[in-house]
Design a protein around this ligand. Structure first.
Ligand code: GDP
Ligand code: MG
Length: 614
């Protein structure tokens, strides 16, 4: 059987850890909040209803900032820890670990200073809680929260924010403080409780200032639940009056006086064992215990779910990078290999993109070849001009050898354009595949510097391959001009056999037969050159892709990062960590995850230990 101490102690430890992590609910971060799953007690009520007094008398000490105009502006999470009888009483703030306060006046001052530290002197309100633990033999284990919105709202009439605060803390027990010398129907605490907890399940009604009621009146209607019904019994309280406070009446003395007040009261005598601060403290503590016990399964499942989420996120974010240079180099090479694998899949299939290279050869290159202006270049007029110019003053006798050569050479020059364009087109496809592959390499995501470096290295390599490829395809074209295919011309039918006569006879207007003859002769030259060029075009259509694949695609596949690897080998250890520089936001997120995982795992152990003890 888990003791009450161990259960509440568990909650206290989890709550402290939450605050260290900046998890105080409110949904201001993307992590599910363990904080909100934990039960606690919020003290609510109008100004001067006696909230501070009730808190203090539960604690048995005065330590809260008091005085007119002093309003709570940060949540105060007050954890009470019962220590062995006779032991020294002390307080500790979470923001000042290891410093023990035994003077409660100093505690009060620290609450004020710490409030100002976050909210500034501007008197703004902040959701960041102040964590105060009090260790004392005179308390019960209990967590109390004094929420700023609550006190303030009642005064300034902004029920929205309070309601929200308490509604987002569904496990929060509401300690609703109303003064007995005021009509219960107008009590701020009851107004609020009615709104956030209409069934009265988690509201504890507390009636203060019973001693200040008009003579001859009593609060039995309220205390016996007739004025406003709650699921839990009302508790009447007599706190120290302002005069008592001014006289520094001791808390312990005040408690005794309160006990005496109820024991001797003609109105409340029959209720005396269910009245007073001490009874209230025990009641709350007991309720908190059962609330926590009821919540253990859901806390456990929240913890487990969160651990799963965090672990899968860590998996996604990747493990932190090693610090020694050797391991870093290894990581860099691994990352390069991962990228290279993706890139190869794009080329070889499995991922899209490689087919676009085939598209260059199958569509772009043939289309470009078809568009070359041979019609114009081998027009009758041009053929005539080129052939005549080549012959000089002595027209050719049999075949215009020089004319043919010039016509063919000048035609073949046109192939340089499509040849270079093929290298360029494939270059852009490869460059795009590099970009895509970097983006698709999951492992690289965390490393923007390495991504940039890899992209630069790969593009540089592609640039070199392109240069080489261009040289090679241009060489293919030049080769076609340097030696013509003799057989092609040998197989051509000889003009003289068919037509007879001297083709070189100059045409004159006086001799139309000769004109017709020369025209046909040049046409034939044009068409012969055209079919020769067509044959070369066919050859290049096949050989340019071979050269491009050989120089660019195959090289990209096999040695894209070779140069990068040799450069890496020359780098120093410090440069490795620069390459593995992660996105700072991501590093921060991982750090958060690691911290949270630690907390949740510790919390799971704690919960396990109390569950086993049950
Ligand atoms: P808070 O503003 O709700 O925190 O109220 P405080 O606890 O500061 O109390 C306001 C004033 O009412 C102080 O002067 C207290 O001494 C006085 N007071 C609170 N409870 C009682 C009570 O039960 N009896 C008497 N006589 N005075 C009380
Ligand atoms: Mg107060």
């Amino acid at each position: 059987m888990a003791t009450m101490e161990s259960l509440i102690g568990l909650v206290n430890r989890i709550q402290k850890a939450c605050t260290v992590l900046g998890d105080y609910g409110g949904g201001d971060n993307s992590f599910s909040s363990l904080w909100e799953a934990l039960p606690s007690v919020a003290v609510v009520g109008g100004q001067s209803s006696g909230k501070s007094s009730v808190l203090e008398s539960i604690v048995g000490r005065d330590f809260l900032p008091r005085g007119s105009g002093i309003v709570t502006r940060r949540p105060l999470v007050l954890q009470l820890h019962k220590t062995e009888d006779g032991s020294q009483e002390y307080a500790e703030f979470l923001h000042l670990p290891k410093r023990r306060f035994s003077d409660f006046a100093v505690v009060r001052k620290e609450i004020q200073d710490e409030t100002d530290r976050i909210t500034g002197k501007s008197k703004q309100i902040s959701p960041v809680p102040i964590h105060l633990s009090i260790y004392s033999p005179n308390v019960v284990n209990l967590t109390l929260i004094d929420l700023p919105g609550l006190t303030k709202v009642a005064v300034e009439g902004q029920p929205e924010s309070i309601v929200q605060d308490i509604e987002t803390m569904p496990n929060c027990i509401i300690l609703a403080i109303s003064p007995a010398n005021q009509d219960i129907a107008t009590s701020d605490a009851i107004k609020l409780a009615r709104e956030v907890d209409p069934s009265g399940e988690r509201t504890f009604g507390v009636l203060t200032k019973l001693d200040l009621m008009d003579k001859g009146t009593n609060a039995l209607d309220v205390l016996e639940g007739r004025s406003y019904r709650l699921q839990h019994p009302w508790v009447g309280i007599v706190n120290r009056s302002q005069a008592d406070i001014n006289k520094n009446v001791d808390m312990i003395v005040a408690r005794r006086k309160e006990r005496e007040y109820f024991a001797t009261s003609p109105d409340y005598g029959h209720l005396s064992n269910k009245m007073g601060s001490e009874y209230l403290a025990k009641l709350l503590s007991k309720h908190l215990e059962s609330a926590i016990r009821a919540r253990i399964p859901s806390i456990t499942s929240l913890i487990n779910k969160t651990i799963d989420e965090l672990e899968s996120e860590m998996e996604h974010l990747g493990r932190p990078i090693a610090v020694d240079a050797g391991a870093q180099l290894y990581t860099i090479l691994e990352l390069c290999r991962a990228f290279d694998k993706v890139f190869k899949e794009h080329l070889d299939g499995g991922r899209p993109g490689g087919d676009r290279i085939y598209g260059v050869f199958d569509n772009q290159l043939p289309a470009a070849l078809r568009k070359l202006p041979f019609d114009r270049h081998l027009s009758l007029q041009n053929v005539k001009r080129v052939v005549s110019e080549a012959d000089g003053y002595q027209p050719h006798l049999i075949a215009p050898e020089q004319g043919y050569r010039r016509l063919i050479e000048s035609s073949l020059n046109y192939f340089r354009g499509p040849a270079e364009a093929s290298a360029d087109a494939v270059h852009f496809v490869l460059k795009e595949l590099v970009r895509k592959s970097i983006a698709e390499t999951q492992e690289l995501r965390r490393f923007p510097s390495l991504q940039a470096e890899l992209a630069a290295a790969a593009n540089e390599a592609l640039e070199r391959f392109r240069e080489d490829s261009k040289k090679t395809v241009l060489r293919l074209v030049d080769m076609e001009s340097s030696y013509l295919t003799v057989d092609f011309f040998r197989r051509l039918p000889q003009e003289m056999d068919n037509k007879g006569g001297n083709p070189a006879t100059p045409a004159t207007p006086a001799n139309p037969a000769i004109d017709r003859y020369t025209e046909m002769h040049f046409r034939r030259i044009g068409s012969n050159v055209s079919s020769y060029v067509g044959m070369v075009s066919e050859t290049l259509r096949n050989t340019i892709p071979k050269a491009v694949v050989h120089c660019q695609v195959k090289e990209a596949k096999h040695s894209l990062l070779n140069y990068f690897y040799t450069q890496i080998g020359k780098k120093e250890g410090k440069q490795f960590s620069q390459l593995l520089d992660e996105d700072p936001a991501l590093m921060e997120r991982r750090l958060q995850c690691v911290k949270r995982l630690e907390l949740y795992k510790a919390a799971r152990d704690e919960v396990d230990s109390v569950s086993w003890a049950r």
